[in-house]
Unconditional design. Structure first.
Length: 424
C-alpha cells in the first residue's frame, strides 16, 4: 500500500497491491514462449511479478491531457480575483496554473480514486489558488515598482523593446532548463524549482508530453486554458520585478564558513541520498493481442532479441508497446516508493546491474526489465553541497528582505484580494 505524497495535497489515495515475490539468481537464459499456467510460483518455477506505473509513467488507457480532474472550475476566466493599483488579476490568469499543478500531481491516478476523493481534492485546489494568487499579487507589486522606478522616456523605450527582450529571455531560459529537467533526479528538480519555479514547471510539462518546441508548448498550455503569450507575460512580470528589488534592496550577503556548517548539520536529513535504480523496460500489453498466449510469445521474443545481442534500447523503441517505448523504455532514478507495485520494486532493487529480469506480469501486460544503475543509500558530503548551501542561505535572506520591501511598497499601492477581503 502506497501513500501519495504532495506539497499541496494531504489526502492519501490507497492502491491495493497483492502477492509476493521470491527471486533466485538470474542467468542469461532464453525466454520460453510456453505460457505460464499460474501466477503462483513454486520451487524451480519462473517467478511472476506485478508492475505498475511510476510517478512519471503515463501507463493508462486514457490520454493524460484529457483525463478529467475533479472540477468544476472555481471561477469564470474573466472574474476579477484581485487588483493591484490600476492592474487586474483575473481568474483566467491563475486557474491555468492551478490546473497544471493539479495535473502534474494526479496525472497517473485512476479516475475512480479521483472521484472518491473529489471533495478533499477540491479543498486543496482552493488552497492552491489562494497561495498562487498571493504570489501573483506580490509579483504585480514588484512589476509596478519596477515601472515606476523609471523616468518617462526610459519607460517609453522599455515598452517599445519589452516584447523583443521578453521573447529572447524566455526562449533562452527554456533552452537552458529543459535538458536539465530531462535528466534531473528529485534533488535536482528541487534545486531547479527553487531557482525558477515557472520555467521549471513549463519544462516539466514539455518533458511529460515529449515535446521540444515552444509551438508545441503553446498547444499544451491551451489545453489548460493558458497560452505561450500568457506564460511570457508572467515570466516578464516576475523577472522585471526583480529589477526593482535589485535597485532598492540589499541582496548580497556575506556568508561565513560557520554559517554553512551550521546549516548543513541543522538540515542533515536534506542531504540524505536515497537508494535508487535506473532501468530499461520491454512491454507487451494484453489489449493489443487476441490472447495472453500471443502476448507472452511476443515478450519472450523481445527478450530473446536482447539476449542474442540486439541493443535493449532499440528493441524497446521499435517493438515495445509501453508509454516509454519511444525513449527506449528507460526509467531514470527510481527510488523505493516510486513504484506502485511492491513486487516490481523488489525485482528492480534486488536483481544485479545489467542482468535481465524474468517475465513480469500485471493486469495490463507482460514486462522484462534490466537495471542499468543502482545507487546505494548514503549522504552527500559537506564539501559536495557547500555551494548549494551558500545559495540557499542567500535566498532565504533575500526572500526575507523582499517580503519586507513588498510590505513597504504596499503602503503606496492599493491592493484588493477577493479571497481575503470584501471589495470596498
Amino acid at each position: 500500500m502506497k501513500t501519495m505524497k504532495s506539497q499541496f495535497v494531504i489526502l492519501s489515495l490507497a492502491l491495493a497491491i497483492t502477492g509476493g515475490l521470491s527471486l533466485q539468481p538470474l542467468a542469461a537464459q532464453p525466454f520460453r514462449a510456453s505460457f505460464p499456467s499460474s501466477t503462483n510460483t513454486g520451487p524451480g518455477e519462473r517467478p511472476v511479478a506485478t508492475v505498475a506505473a511510476t510517478a512519471d509513467n503515463r501507463n493508462s488507457t486514457t490520454n493524460p491531457r484529457t483525463t478529467p480532474l475533479p472540477n468544476p472550475d472555481l471561477y469564470e476566466p474573466t472574474a476579477v480575483l484581485a487588483t493591484v493599483g490600476p492592474e487586474y488579476i483575473l481568474a483566467g490568469d491563475i486557474m491555468p496554473q492551478v490546473e497544471i499543478v493539479m495535473w502534474l500531481m494526479f496525472k497517473d491516478e485512476p479516475k475512480a480514486q479521483l472521484d472518491k476523493h473529489r471533495r478533499e481534492i477540491e479543498m486543496q485546489k482552493k488552497m492552491l489558488l489562494r497561495n498562487l494568487l498571493i504570489q501573483a499579487i506580490d509579483s504585480k507589486i514588484l512589476y509596478l515598482a519596477f515601472k515606476r522606478s523609471m523616468k518617462t522616456e526610459e519607460l517609453e523605450e522599455f515598452e517599445e523593446r519589452a516584447s523583443e527582450v521578453i521573447n529572447s529571455a524566455f526562449a533562452s531560459s527554456i533552452k537552458e532548463i529543459l535538458p536539465k529537467v530531462k535528466t534531473a533526479d528529485k534533488a535536482e528538480m528541487k534545486r531547479l524549482r527553487a531557482t525558477d519555479m515557472q520555467v521549471t514547471q513549463l519544462c516539466t510539462l514539455m518533458v511529460e508530453h515529449q515535446v521540444d518546441t515552444l509551438r508545441e508548448l503553446d498547444k499544451i498550455l491551451r489545453t489548460f486554458g493558458s497560452s505561450l503569450d500568457q506564460a511570457k507575460q508572467e515570466f516578464a512580470e516576475t523577472n522585471f520585478g526583480r529589477q526593482a528589488i535589485a535597485t532598492d534592496v540589499k541582496l548580497n550577503y556575506e556568508i561565513t564558513h560557520q554559517d554553512l556548517l551550521d546549516y548543513y548539520y541543522d538540515n542533515v536529513e536534506d542531504y540524505k541520498i536515497t537508494e535508487a535504480v535506473s532501468f530499461e523496460q520491454l512491454t507487451v500489453e494484453f489489449k493489443n493481442h487476441q490472447s495472453k498466449q500471443q502476448a507472452y510469445q511476443k515478450i519472450c521474443a523481445l527478450g530473446n532479441s536482447v539476449l542474442q545481442g540486439a541493443p535493449f534500447e532499440k528493441v524497446a523503441a521499435a517493438q515495445s508497446e509501453g508509454p516509454k517505448a519511444k525513449s527506449g523504455g528507460k526509467y531514470e532514478t527510481i527510488e523505493k516508493g516510486d513504484l506502485v507495485s511492491e513486487k516490481v520494486e523488489q525485482v528492480a532493487f534486488d536483481i544485479p546491474v545489467n542482468r535481465m529480469s524474468p517475465v513480469i506480469e500485471d493486469e495490463k501486460g507482460f514486462y522484462i526489465i534490466r537495471v542499468n544503475t543502482h545507487r546505494p543509500e548514503g549522504r552527500e558530503k559537506f564539501t559536495e553541497v557547500q555551494g548549494e548551501i551558500e545559495l540557499t542561505i542567500k535566498n532565504q535572506r533575500r526572500n526575507k528582505a523582499i517580503q519586507k520591501y513588498i510590505s513597504k511598497v504596499k503602503k503606496h499601492v492599493p491592493v484588493w484580494n477577493s479571497l481575503e477581503q470584501s471589495k470596498p
